[in-house]
Design a binder for this molecule. Structure first.
Ligand code: PLP
Length: 453
């Protein structure tokens, strides 16, 4: 990326929008022309039908340590040999215990209980259910409402999708997404929502807080179980951090009404934003003092070497569980899976040992600077935003009107392949919501151990 070249001019970019670019791999799982992948090693994919491809997105922000590491494979294999599987209902295992202890410690004890699962959707689903059950235990059964945000993504299951504000992914299921229970406020998207370029952060946050307050008033504050949001919005918007002060305002409102705050850090957590120490969840550094009641993590948790996710439970909910002796009415067959835990633990130990969070911060700052300097000038690039190794580029038809630009993918691939001077590169194509669900952004999410070379 340090060798960025001339980008295509506007006319070239526009004309490329109709290209099918057959030399690039399809980017949709539903595409029957998907190439056969024969190997993945380091930061590269090796498809059977062509040259290697630079992995600049780790799938959907998953492969945080690159591919083909034998140290992680050894840790997984050792656990498979000693105990591949046991039900969480029958025994606890050492890797599960160690991983949970490590997670709790890494949050400075703010999170006190952990449920290990396999996908982000499961973790969010569990968070929604635990929020409900917490209020049942608390004798506040009237708390049946959730507030999420438009232009967000929390998962594919009914609960997590209902909490999501991703119009395209919701569309076929809309009548089933319980609109009387899952309510929405707008996203916190400075590029598109500031009243004017000069609007201050304080004014912006005040408007957002007023909107949330109004939603609580409309529903009745005592009926809201939880507010669910992504600290840095991933797939739905393309790496959009909140305006400073936003989370503190949201937390204050939640606390005043007695509702729980859920941070969905499935995509932006576990070091992706390059902040803090320990598990480096976005909340630890972005806005000190804003700690959620429940938190979900996945993706970079095990870096794709195993399907790993978790729900972390904060002080308030954990305390009630301890006091009342209640247990969460929830459980998956593969919950607390020993091989998943051993793998995630190894991934986290490698990140810790090799100081990769610091590398994310350093390389992320460099990546952001280069993307802004070089891509920001492109006539079809409206905004470049992000933090750590989590950067989004939003494409527009016109920089002034900010009209969304449907064929972002074709333009993006052309821009990026030139930019990094490799023949083929894979970036994540987000189905943007800003343009009513059309494709208008890409995300760059390389592994935590990248270097400028
Ligand atoms: N939450 C966020 C913020 C996500 O980005 C995703 C997936 O991209 C999910 C939840 C769902 O995770 P999964 O696809 O592992 O079910």
């Amino acid at each position: 990326l340090s060798q960025l070249d001339h980008l295509p001019a506007k006319s070239e970019a526009a004309s490329s929008s109709s290209d099918t670019l057959p030399d690039h791999p399809p980017q949709s799982a539903g595409d029957t022309t998907l190439s056969l992948l024969t190997k993945a090693k380091g930061h590269y994919w090796y498809p059977a039908d062509g040259p290697r491809i630079l992995d600049a997105c780790g799938g959907a922000g998953v492969a945080c340590l690159g591919h083909g590491r034998s140290d992680i494979a050894r840790a997984a294999a050792a656990q498979m040999k000693s105990c591949a599987y046991v039900s969480y209902a029958h025994f606890r295992t050492r890797p599960v215990q160690e991983l949970c202890e490590w997670l709790i410690e890494s949050t400075g004890g703010e999170m006190q209980k952990v449920y290990l699962m396999n996908s982000g959707s499961e973790a969010v689903e569990a968070a929604l259910k635990l929020a409900r059950e917490y209020f049942v235990w608390k004798n506040e059964p009237q708390r049946v409402n959730y507030i999420g945000r438009w232009e967000s993504y929390h998962g594919t299951t009914f609960g997590s999708l209902a909490a999501s504000g991703h119009v395209v992914r919701r569309a076929p299921f809309e009548p089933l997404l319980a609109p009387q229970r899952f309510h929405k406020i707008s996203a916190c998207h400075a590029y598109r929502q500031r009243l004017c370029p000069e609007e201050s952060d304080e004014s912006f946050v005040a408007r957002k807080a007023a909107e949330l307050e109004a939603k609580f008033a409309e529903l009745g504050g005592h009926t809201v179980a939880a507010v669910v949001l992504e600290p840095v919005v991933g797939a739905a918007l393309g790496c959009v951090p909140a305006v400073p002060g936003y989370f503190a305002a949201v937390k204050k409102i939640c606390d005043r009404h007695g509702a729980l705050l859920v941070f969905d850090e499935v995509m932006c957590g576990m070091g992706r934003t390059g902040t803090g120490t320990g598990t480096t969840h976005a909340w630890q550094a972005r806005e000190v003092g804003v700690v959620p009641d429940l938190q979900t993590i996945a993706k970079g948790f095990a870096g794709g070497y195993a399907p790993a996710s978790a729900l972390l439970v904060g002080r308030k909910v954990a305390a009630l569980m301890r006091q009342t002796g209640r247990t969460f009415t929830h459980g998956h067959t593969y919950q607390d899976h020993p091989v998943v835990a051993a793998t995630a633990l190894k991934v986290q130990r490698v990140i810790e040992r090799d100081g990769l969070r610091a590398n994310v911060a350093v390389q992320g700052a460099l990546l952001g600077r280069i993307l802004k300097e070089k891509l920001g000038k492109h006539p079809n690039v409206g905004d470049v935003r992000g933090c750590g190794l989590f950067w989004g580029v939003e494409f527009v038809r016109d920089k002034t009107t900010k009209e969304p630009f449907d064929p972002a993918l074709q333009v993006a691939l052309r821009v990026f392949t030139r930019a990094v001077r490799v023949e083929r590169v894979l970036v994540y194509h987000g189905q943007g919501c800003a343009g009513g669900g059309r494709g208008d952004h890409v995300m760059v999410m390389p592994a935590y151990d990248v270097s400028p070379k």
